[in-house]
Ligand binder design. Structure first.
Ligand SMILES: CC/C=C\C/C=C\C/C=C\CCCC(=O)SCCNC(=O)CCNC(=O)[C@H](O)C(C)(C)COP(=O)(O)OP(=O)(O)OC[C@H]1O[C@@H](n2cnc3c(N)ncnc32)[C@H](O)[C@@H]1OP(=O)(O)O
Ligand SMILES: Cc1cc2nc3c(=O)[nH]c(=O)nc-3n(C[C@H](O)[C@H](O)[C@H](O)COP(=O)(O)OP(=O)(O)OC[C@H]3O[C@@H](n4cnc5c(N)ncnc54)[C@H](O)[C@@H]3O)c2cc1C
Length: 609
């Protein structure tokens, strides 16, 4: 499809999905599943996952009563317009202004520079009638920082931009289809006025007289919508990873290369230890991210309930966990999808393998909802704060509770003696805890050598990110282990999950061996025992690998992959797909008479001379 066709077709699908949601009717959770099966980025994502939650989280009761019924019935369509051309990560650096005018009781929205243009918001370019806009609030010449406002963008009769608003699509993005179904947009305000009651005023207010009244709740609640979406992105990482792994596993069982004895059949590529060493950790990650996603959903629900009761104690941890796990799981999934493409050899590069499109549509997850490095630095700040409070009498809680055992974890030596010890959950956990804590403490010690903490933080950014990743990996491993300790239905399922859990943990040890050795969390002998155990786990997973991806229950239609077909009938279907290509519509291609024939003839002439 051309971009215009793709965009219009996504509108058609979105509106059809909305019709089904109402007619069937579907619950909120089922509606999200429908979005998942629609399988194309579109304006509904931003409307439901960001615009509506932003109003719910930051609007007053009155504002919610006014706007939510309209949004819930989709009589208005909204997006989340925070990022600008010049600033995305640095939200406090946004430039759009919202200046209160006491004469008219309005805010004047203005884009003072080119870099202050809103740039990237999904659904903004062509669809949304409204947006939650983030702008610097100015009253009486004073800048109160960034706040949210509900703004109508387009005329409700003919969809034209309202006077004072310049709006459009930012252009083609990575890939052919992929994220191009979405109208990520730009927007500039030229002294555009909105009524005062369209500032989202749950967190702070501007009175009729123009007085700014900050609230006593943390200003970070303004970032609440991002916390909510980061949480869903973690579960989505599992879905995308599982999809790629399903394709690569099924195809690896079908594909044969080398190893034929006396004209017999060749070896299935899935039987090569190198293939297993690349594939099975990704299979394990798909399961691991699912379980950590379930846990994160619980954590998010818990913090939301606490916030409603004005208990803000767990907000920093919820922020650190959602930011860190969003970052870690999306980076691993993007890399994992690309690895699955390579695991499928040359055919993985064909569009009909389903992998190029999956990669192209998935990879911006490393950037949107917070650049992955910037987010790990938030985790690092949280860890440095926790380390600095050790010994102050305030016991670390939640995912940093292990830091409360710092005295032991800083000096303990791993008691792994044989390969099977690496299947002991307590020993594995202690190894990850020791590594994470020692990396964090080492950063804290290095930081303390700087007179200026901010300068030290800047100097140590790379180490801090690694410490944050170590902490996040510990969370994922520990939540997988907790899952195994709970009730698991199905004969033999627990054993399979156990294998995957230890593959996940041990492959991380192998991958980050430098960390584990340099922190003395394990010795090189213990590392080689871990590798030995890992190989043994691969052998145990091998006979069940296809069943473990079938368990994701993805239909052929959803997978959209000739290589990942359930029936394994890959080669005839590759031919069928090839023959569908428009280049094969004619035997002699367009351009033959114009370019190929004259070229050949010229050679023939010179050959005769
Ligand atoms: C597959 C699809 C799935 C779902 C579909 C849904 C949607 C469609 C898909 C994509 C849509 C994408 C939409 C977007 O991208 S919207 C734009 C997203 N933008 C960002 O994420 C920007 C990232 N930047 C930030 O979040 C912040 O600027 C920052 C990096 C966190 C820094 O903020 P700043 O105010 O300067 O804070 P600091 O000075 O660093 O920290 C102050 C203090 O605040 C704490 N903090 C920061 N953020 C939060 C938060 N969210 N919640 C709670 N607390 C927070 C921070 O830890 C620090 O605490 P101290 O105790 O140390 O003071
Ligand atoms: C597909 C897609 C959809 C999007 N949808 C929306 C949307 O609906 N609404 C919306 O408001 N926005 C949206 N965005 C914007 C998105 O949220 C931002 O692009 C994202 O937050 C990253 O910010 P940035 O572009 O400013 O990156 P930058 O911050 O400019 O990052 C550039 C580089 O600088 C590094 N860097 C930046 N700051 C630091 C630091 N402090 N320390 C170390 N390194 C640093 C980063 O790691 C990165 O390598 C979308 C983006 C994409 C790609």
């Amino acid at each position: 499809m051309t971009r215009k066709e793709l965009f219009k077709n996504t509108l058609r699908k979105s509106v059809h999905a909305w019709k089904l949601i109402n007619e069937l009717p579907l619950s909120d959770d089922e509606s999200l599943m429908l979005r998942h099966f629609m399988d194309q980025p579109g304006f509904l994502d931003l409307h439901w996952r960001m615009f509506v939650p932003a109003i719910k989280g930051q609007g007053t009761e009155e504002q919610k009563q006014k706007w939510l019924p309209l949004a819930n019935k989709m009589q208005i369509i909204g997006c989340y317009a925070q990022t600008e051309l010049g600033h995305g990560s640095n939200v406090q650096g946004l430039e759009t202004t919202a200046t209160f005018d006491p004469q008219t009781d309005q805010f004047i929205l203005h884009s003072p520079t080119q870099t202050s243009s809103k740039w990237w918001p999904g659904g903004l370019g062509k669809v949304s009638t409204h947006a939650v806009i983030y702008a610097r609030l100015i009253t009486d010449g004073k800048d109160h920082g960034v706040h949210g406002f509900i703004v109508q963008l387009r005329n409700m009769d003919d969809h034209s931009p309202l006077p004072g608003i310049t709006i459009g699509d930012i252009g083609v993005k990575f890939g052919n289809g992929a994220y191009n179904s979405m109208d990520n947009g730009f927007l500039m305000f030229d002294k555009f006025c909105i009524p005062r009651d369209q500032m989202l005023m749950r967190l702070s207010k501007v009175t009729r007289e123009g007085k700014y009244v900050p609230s006593d709740v943390p200003r970070q609640l303004m970032y609440g919508t991002m916390v909510s979406v980061r949480q869903t992105i973690v579960s989505n990482a599992s879905i995308a990873m599982a999809r790629a792994v399903c394709i690569a596993t099924r195809y690896s069982a079908v594909r044969r290369q080398f190893g034929s004895q006396n004209g017999g059949i060749e070896t299935q590529v899935i039987d090569y230890k190198t293939q297993q060493n690349r594939l099975f950790p990704l299979l394990a990650s798909a399961y691991a991210f699912r379980f950590v996603g379930e846990w994160l959903k619980w954590l998010y629900t818990d913090v939301t309930q606490r916030l409603e009761a004005s208990d803000f104690a767990t907000l920093p941890e919820a922020h650190a966990c959602t930011a860190g796990l969003k970052s870690m799981t999306t980076s691993a999934t993007s890399d994992g999808i690309e690895e699955c493409r390579k695991l499928c050899g040359g055919h993985g590069y064909l569009w009909c393998s389903g992998l190029p499109e999956l990669f192209a549509v998935y990879v911006p997850a490393c950037t949107y909802e917070g650049d992955n490095v910037v987010l790990q630095l938030q985790v690092a700040r949280f860890l440095m704060k926790t380390v600095s409070q050790l010994g102050s009498g305030k016991a670390p809680a939640g995912t940093t509770a292990y830091m409360g055992r710092a005295k032991h974890l800083l000096q303990c030596r791993s008691s792994i003696r044989k390969a099977e010890d690496w299947l002991n959950p307590a020993m594995v956990l202690e190894t990850f805890e020791a590594r994470a804590l020692r990396m964090a403490v080492s950063c804290a010690n290095n930081l303390s050598k700087f007179e200026n903490q901010e300068q030290g933080f800047s100097e140590l950014l790379a180490d801090l990110v690694e410490a944050a990743i170590a902490h996040c990996q510990l969370i994922v491993v520990s939540k997988f282990i907790v899952k195994l300790e709970g009730e698991i239905k199905g004969k033999g399922v627990k054993n399979q999950l156990k294998n995957l859990c230890y593959i996940y943990a041990l492959h991380l040890i192998h991958k980050h061996l430098g960390d584990f050795l340099s922190t003395n969390s394990i010795t090189s002998e213990q590392a080689s025992l871990a590798n030995h155990q890992l190989r043994s786990l691969y052998t145990q997973v091998r006979p069940n690998a296809v069943a473990l991806v079938d368990a994701f229950d993805y239909t052929d239609h959803y997978l959209g992959s000739v290589l990942g077909r359930y029936d394994g009938n890959v080669y005839p279907k590759l031919f069928e797909e090839a023959l569908k290509d428009p280049l094969n519509d004619t035997v002699v291609p367009d351009g033959y008479h114009e370019y190929i024939r004259p070229l050949i003839k010229q050679h023939l002439r010179s050959a005769r001379l």
